[in-house]
Design a protein around this ligand. Structure first.
Ligand code: H2P
Length: 814
């Protein structure tokens, strides 16, 4: 992409201008924040012309638009991504350097927008990056939370949540448009009335409303000149609402009302995989969806647009169930506002929505109590009931003698309380339903939504997740990026399949040495960061064994911990034991209300502290748990990893994306046959992957036969010893109560079969230990992991969505 800022002098000039006229300071008096803003504005300006042009062209082309509806976008820092996308990284570095400033300090000034919990939100961020890179007309819609995912700190090893005030110093990447606010109605009742044509109509008379103010963000494609839009909504109180109360003399009430309205976009809900009967969360969902549909229909499609043409012009991709309320909202608009007959409106909706499911845990499938939904969105509840009535009538025709089946497929659940099953609603109306890895999609078809897939076999498909190589190797691993470019030439960051060209180099000693040196450098970089950031000192000459993901029982951080305790005990018993020194790195946040997950964090930290203070293992075992794992930390941590822990119980992790990031950066996986691990294993080859554990059918059989965790405990001396040490207070200064709940839950329930998989995991870890000793062979495997990870680019995922679900095409930027 040609740029008029390519020249260092021009760039410097522009930067100084932005500093002076944008920030109102001269260089000698500029703060870090001033410098960051000026640099951001310099790059931003470069992208803006492209942005306006892209939007213009896409409108003119009247092409089909992919509308990605997601309650979460875990974006990560923007500055470096914008520089990379516009090809200005080197110029900017030279300019900043030339002014005697430090680029890293400027980078570190940026606070990442943590508008997501984990994989789901990060996937959305990767997808909008790929959509822009593939030049697909697309808009991402979501919520501009004032507080994103909490900032994690540790007090005495326990997680403490701090507010994430990412907007304190403002954000140079957002463009607010208060003049384009959208009114969002809530509550009230519905009324029937006769239209001019004598037909009966329904009107929603709402009680209160808020305004959604759009904030636009640029989503630059990688060196394509294409810049798409991410539009996030912020809630504001309506004027009328405030004034009315204020004029009645109740100032405090007026302020309270305003605070109430603005609460809607105040905080991101922390995931805890249980449906939260939280009214505010339903408000958030309807709020952003209502704003987005209104914005799309009026501003993107333009005045006079015939909504009957929607199926040609849009596909609304529902990122999990959070935006599913968009279905009755579009029905409401079409039927109540646009006067389209019910059947025709439903037919339109059936072509415009597609639904991605991201879970297999039944408790994570969202349901909304009928009482709540009816109170907050009375018209929507009526619409959902009618969709359900039509659907059940259709089913009764198909299955006249199977009423039980019909009822089990109802969108409305009757027990334990009457509630709307959002996943069913999305499945009934959505044109397509996809899972996020082969195994997950299969299990959706066979288990979670089996009646639906029997009824509509063609509705179900798979799109395996992917990650953007721009951020997760291009930005995260500059040294490896350079080595790859030197070896196979340019262009692979946009065509990740080309990494296979590295395969022949896996046997080239010079290449392997260069690769190994990069790992060493990345470990050093991580060690430097953690020492500065957290005061954690990491040994360099050790295997970096990494487990980074949300803290959840199904992901089994506890199983990892049992391995660590076992190794520690082996060394205590035999201090001369020859083991490969390891650094165990954890990164994980626990949902604030998820008590056992928080206890697990405390236990990891407690074990780490004991190991740290024990001279017997000094230099051989180290547990490091830097607080507040986020995208920024991931970018330094992942490239330093040797071993990637992907140890969820088979059949529980929908896909995983950290597994892909680590493999792409040359870590070998130790993992179960779960989620996308299955596809990673196929891609990289069994000899380059440490497989262990029960398979999904075996897990099923164990559950069926009545799982007895105690039997595994009793029959395995090492396991007994490890759990015994935790139970008897070895990591809690003799306090037996401290971690008793974790031990009890493992011994008596162990819902995710950690004890059943323990032995197999330990054996696989022993194989890891042996394999790591052969440095050359290990590095060869690592290189093959990189070379064979091309499939896991989110560009490929997006291409699959285009082919299997969206049927949309690129529009050229110029
Ligand atoms: C979830 C799933 C992952 C999946 C991701 C994106 C909800 O993310 O559990 O298996 O890869 O969505 O599809 P996470 O657990 O990281 O919050």
């Amino acid at each position: 992409m040609p740029s008029d800022l390519d020249d260092v002098e021009r760039f410097t000039e522009e930067f100084l201008k932005r500093l002076q006229f944008g920030q109102g300071v001269a260089l000698p008096r500029a703060t870090k924040n001033d410098l960051y803003y000026a640099l951001a504005r310099t790059v931003r300006q470069q992208l803006m012309a492209r942005w306006l042009e892209t939007v213009q062209r896409q409108m003119q082309a009247k092409a089909k638009v992919v509308v990605y509806l997601s309650a979460e976008y875990l974006l990560g820092r923007q500055l470096d991504n914008a520089l990379l996308a516009s090809g200005l990284t080197d110029t900017a570095e030279a300019a900043i350097d030339g002014l005697g400033l430090d680029m890293q300090t400027i980078r570190d000034t940026e606070v990442e927008p943590g508008l997501g919990n984990g994989g789901l939100g990060r996937l959305a961020a990767c997808f909008i990056d790929s959509l822009a890179t593939l030049r697909i007309p697309a808009i991402g819609y979501g919520i501009r939370y004032e507080y994103g995912i909490f900032r994690q700190t540790f007090e005495d090893g326990h997680q403490v949540e701090q507010p994430d005030s990412w907007l304190t110093l403002g954000s140079p990447w957002e463009f607010p448009h208060p003049e384009m606010g959208v009114k969002v109605p809530f509550a009230g009742h519905t009324e029937k009335y006769l239209g001019e044509d004598g037909r009966e109509r329904t009107r929603w008379v709402n009680d209160w409303e808020v305004i959604g103010v759009p904030y636009n963000y640029m989503v630059p494609g990688y060196r394509t000149g294409n810049v798409n839009t991410l539009r996030l909504w912020s809630a504001r109180a309506t004027q009328a609402f405030d004034l009315h109360v204020f004029n009645n003399g109740d100032y405090l009430q007026a302020v309270r009302s305003q605070a109430f309205a603005e609460n809607i976009s105040k905080v991101l809900y922390p995931e805890d995989s249980t449906p939260q009967g939280k009214e505010l969360r339903l408000q958030q969902q309807y709020f952003f969806v209502a704003c987005s549909l209104r914005d799309f229909l009026t501003n993107v499609m333009g005045p006079g647009f015939d909504p009957r043409k929607l199926p040609e012009r849009v596909i609304f991709q529902l990122n999990d169930t959070h935006p599913v309320i968009a279905i009755p909202e579009l029905m409401r608009i079409l039927v109540d506002e646009k006067d389209i007959p019910w059947d025709e409106a439903l037919d339109i909706c059936r072509q415009c929505f597609a639904y991605t499911c991201h879970t297999l845990l039944p408790e994570a499938l969202e349901v909304w109590p009928v009482e709540l939904l009816g109170r907050l969105l009375p018209r929507h509840l009526e619409i959902i009931f009618r969709i359900n009535d039509d659907f059940l009538a259709e089913l009764r025709e198909a299955y006249p003698d199977d009423e039980l089946r019909v009822r089990s497929m109802s969108i409305i659940q009757e027990h334990p309380e009457r509630a709307v099953r959002m996943a069913y609603l999305a499945t009934v109306v959505g044109a397509k339903v996809n899972g996020v890895a082969e195994l997950h999609s299969q299990l959706l078809r066979d288990k979670v939504l089996s009646d639906f897939s029997a009824y509509w076999p063609d509705k179900f498909t798979n799109v395996t997740n992917g990650i953007t190589p721009r951020r997760f190797i291009g930005l995260a691993n500059p040294a490896l990026t350079e080595l790859i470019t030197d070896t196979i030439g340019d262009g692979w960051l946009r065509d990740l399949g080309r990494l296979v060209e590295l395969e022949p180099h896996a046997d080239d000693p010079a290449f392997l040495d260069a690769f190994a040196a990069i790992k060493v450098g990345n470990r050093k970089r991580l060690a430097g960061l953690l020492e500065r950031r957290d005061g954690i000192v990491l040994p360099q000459d050790a295997m970096y064994d990494v487990m980074v993901k949300r803290l959840h029982e199904y992901k089994r951080q506890t199983l990892k911990l049992l391995h660590i305790v076992t190794l520690y005990q082996r060394l205590q018993e035999n201090p001369d034991l020859d083991i490969v020194p390891r650094v165990f790195l954890f990164g994980a946040k626990a949902a604030p209300g998820y008590w056992i997950a928080k206890q697990t964090i405390a236990l990891i930290n407690a074990v780490g502290r004991v190991i740290d203070n024990d001279p017997i293992v000094a230099g051989r075992l180290k547990v490091a748990f830097p607080a507040n794992y986020n995208v920024t930390l991931a970018e330094t941590l992942i490239p330093a990893a040797d071993l990637s822990e992907q140890i969820s119980l088979a059949g529980k992790e929908a896909s995983g994306t950290g597994n892909m990031k680590l493999a792409l950066n040359g870590a070998l996986t130790i993992g179960t046959l779960d989620g996308a691990n299955v596809e990673i294993l196929q891609a990289v080859g069994e000899e380059n992957f440490f497989l262990f554990g029960l398979t999904e059918p075996q897990v099923h059989a164990i559950y069926e036969s009545g799982y007895q965790p105690r039997e595994y405990f009793q029959n395995n001396p090492e396991l007994r010893k490890a759990l015994g040490a935790i139970a008897s207070g070895a990591f809690s200064d003799g306090n037996r109560e401290a971690f008793a709940p974790i031990v009890d839950s493992l011994l008596h329930e162990d819902r995710f079969l950690a004890l059943a998989d323990y032995q197999s995991y330990i054996e696989a870890q022993d194989r890891v230990d042996l394999a790591y000793r052969d440095t050359r062979a290990w590095n060869r495997s690592a290189v093959l992991n990189v070379a064979r990870s091309g499939f896991f680019s989110s560009d490929r995922s997006i291409q699959d969505y285009l082919d299997r679900i969206w049927n949309a095409s690129p529009v050229d930027a110029s």
